[in-house]
Write a protein that binds this ligand. Structure first.
Ligand code: ADP
Ligand code: MG
Length: 619
């Protein structure tokens, strides 16, 4: 029998090892910028093409490398940062494993140019798939420039699995923001496809936060500054009213290294308890300084977790530091921030209906149906209904036997049981006979109406969500955006990261009905048109919600991403108003014309039929 165990060829071993350190363009960006920081640079420039897929270049003015070091730096486990095991417990640099450059060089085409201060000539090295193609002396300014081209060009499977540019760019932005936050004493520049995205001068932490996360944060930041024997905590938290619905702006740094810690997050969140609404997240940018000997950073290089000597002490100190800061700035818990945001809709309910709004509503499905039912293009669903009726006889008889409190549990919407369809259809059937005696009442966010078979209870806001969602999806499917051009274009500005994300998806937003162009100022946009049923004055909020959603999606180019955006838009666009009976009727008509009337796009029940017999049982 022949032996079959072989050593992997070097290039293959390299590529596999590289995969652990470099998963995507963002990991290369992180490693390269960290090297520049470690090299003592005071100015770092990041240049990207195609979200880093084509080019990632990092240019620094740090200490540079000698010709020998430049060549050595691409060897695996080549580092200048530790020499003995004890060093590991006093680590102050970002890197120390000596794996990053070797990994990057294994899976890309790399050009390194570097020069030390005291030298007259620098070094150029070109390396592809770990093979040195060229090495020669060159003239270069002090510092290092590394260009990484066509990441994973030699590992097609990996390259293939890179996500859309929007997604990859978002990951890069996350890394960039984390490093730039931790180093306000270093100037950063960042350009993508030739367009400058950030130009961050040296400044203090607060200036850096505002430049990165948006200057509108200015009035919301509360400083935290505590010094204890065990640890030092400094940084900023956002005032309770600045808490957001997404986790975007939460940062912990330990010894200036970004980390993720649900444990520490819990400490901060509980300090905010009672001050912010449920399901909102406080803003924090916090720097913890701990003796490196008490923190284990020797976890996997790409992991962002840490281990402490004694976690509970850190937790307790952190929590009280936050409480103290909140107190000092008189953020008293007397204001009820826990108010259900849905309350706002109640206010909207009290707002009288404008004639313009009435006109818009009269364009609704039912209104049209009533006025056009004699016309040729009236959509007749009687065939479908006939089928459903037959099924109804099989399913419906069970329902009346149940008591009110035992009405069937509503299954999840994705199951789409025939029975529910039938209930909807039964409801539709009896109401659109349009009996004059049929009651239509708008009551506390509900529409209450009577059917032959019972009482129909419709959640108004949810009904609107469903209707708007279907309208939007239909337009998207037909690729027929319905845009309402604005008489006066609105200038909206975003924080730089969001602006960058937005610029990547303008064409997708166009398909949804937004007509947006880059604005005059950096990070600003001109909104020329919006989907036709966005309530006036809400353009910016809805755009912001869309962007928030984008951040959670792995890019918007795919179907799921778009659907999620539509759901978000529908949620925001569904603002209940007080309506006269005809409009309530028209709304119910439009609801039952939906393909899935029972549930909102995210699965909440829209209506229930309280069965007549069940109601009798009740009394
Ligand atoms: P590590 O950072 O873990 O030491 P890397 O592979 O990232 O490993 O880098 C290897 C070595 O190359 C570093 O230890 C450092 O000496 C040198 N190096 C890398 N990038 C730079 C840079 N931008 N400026 C100066 N030296 C650098
Ligand atoms: Mg490194």
């Amino acid at each position: 029998m022949s032996d079959i165990v072989k050593l992997l060829p070097d290039h293959l071993a390299n590529q596999i090892a590289a995969g652990e350190v470099i998963q995507r363009p963002a990991s290369a960006v992180k490693e390269l910028i960290e090297n520049a920081v470690d090299a003592g640079a005071t100015s770092i420039q990041l240049v990207l093409k195609d979200a880093g897929k084509e080019l990632i270049q990092v240019i620094d003015n740090g200490k540079g490398m000698s010709a020998t070091d430049a060549r050595m730096s691409f060897e695996r486990h080549a580092t200048s940062k530790i020499t003995k095991i004890e060093d590991l417990f006093q680590i102050r640099t970002k890197g120390f494993r000596g794996e990053a450059l070797a990994s990057i060089a294994a899976v890309a085409q790399v050009t390194l140019k570097t020069k030390q201060k005291e030298e007259t000539l620098g070094t150029l090295i070109e390396i592809e798939s770990s093979n040195v193609i060229k090495q020669e002396p060159i003239a270069h300014q002090e510092g290092t420039s590394i260009a990484v081209r066509n990441l994973f060009y030699n590992v097609p499977a990996r390259r293939h699995f890179l996500k859309s540019n929007t997604t990859e760019l978002k990951h890069i932005l996350d890394e960039f923001i984390r490093i730039a936050l931790a180093h306000p004493d270093i100037a950063f520049k960042f350009s993508h496809n030739g367009v400058e995205q950030y130009n961050l001068p040296v400044g203090n932490l607060k200036q850096r936060i505002l430049a990165l996360l948006g200057s509108n944060m200015d009035k919301h930041l509360i400083p935290v500054d505590e010094d204890t024997e065990v640890l030092q905590i400094k940084g900023y938290i956002g005032k309770p009213q600045a808490a957001t619905r997404t986790r975007g702006n939460q940062f912990f740094f330990i010894n200036n290294r970004f980390i993720k810690s649900s444990y520490l997050n819990h400490a901060v969140s509980t300090a905010f308890e009672g001050l912010i609404a449920k399901e909102t997240y406080p803003i924090y940018i916090l720097f913890l300084e701990i003796d490196p000997a008490r923190v284990d950073v020797n976890v996997h290089p790409t992991k962002q977790e840490v281990k402490f000597d004694d976690e509970r002490i850190v937790y307790a100190y952190l929590q009280s530091a936050i409480k103290f800061a909140l107190n000092k700035f008189n953020v008293a818990p007397s204001i009820d921030f826990t108010l259900d945001p849905d309350i706002q809709h109640l206010e909207a309910l009290r707002v009288p209906l404008s004639t313009q709004k009435q006109e818009e509503l009269s364009k609704g499905y039912l209104y049209q149906k009533f006025t056009q039912s004699g016309q040729a293009h009236f959509i007749d669903r009687s065939d479908e209904r006939q089928q459903w009726k037959q099924q109804m006889n099989t399913f419906f008889p069970e329902l009346p036997q149940q008591g009110l409190e035992r009405l069937p549990e509503m299954p999840r919407y994705d199951e789409q049981p025939a029975q529910l369809k039938l209930m909807a259809d039964a409801a539709e059937d009896s109401w659109d006979k349009g009996s004059e005696h049929q009651a239509f009442i708008q009551w506390n966010g509900f529409i209450v109406t009577t059917l032959k078979s019972g009482v129909l209870l419709i959640h108004l806001k949810r009904a609107l969500e469903r209707i708007i969602y279907e309208r939007l999806s239909e337009r998207l499917a037909l690729n027929k955006p319905v845009t309402q051009q604005l008489l006066f274009p609105i200038e909206v500005s975003f924080n730089p990261a969001d602006a960058l994300l937005l610029s990547e998806v303008l064409s997708d937003l166009f398909a949804l009905g937004f007509d947006i162009k880059p604005g005059a100022e950096l990070h600003s946009f001109q909104v020329l048109g919006v989907p036709s049923d966005i309530p006036g004055g809400q353009e910016q909020q809805i755009l912001e919600a869309v962007i928030d959603q984008l951040k959670h999606e792995s890019g918007m180019l795919d179907e799921t991403g778009r659907k999620a955006i539509l759901r978000t838009m529908a949620k925001r666009m569904a603002v209940p108003q007080t309506m006269p009976k005809e409009q309530l009727q028209s709304l119910v008509g439009e609801l039952f014309a939906c393909t899935q009337a029972q549930y909102t796009p995210d699965g909440q029940l829209v209506f229930r039929v309280l069965d007549k017999d069940a109601l009798f049982d009740l009394l």
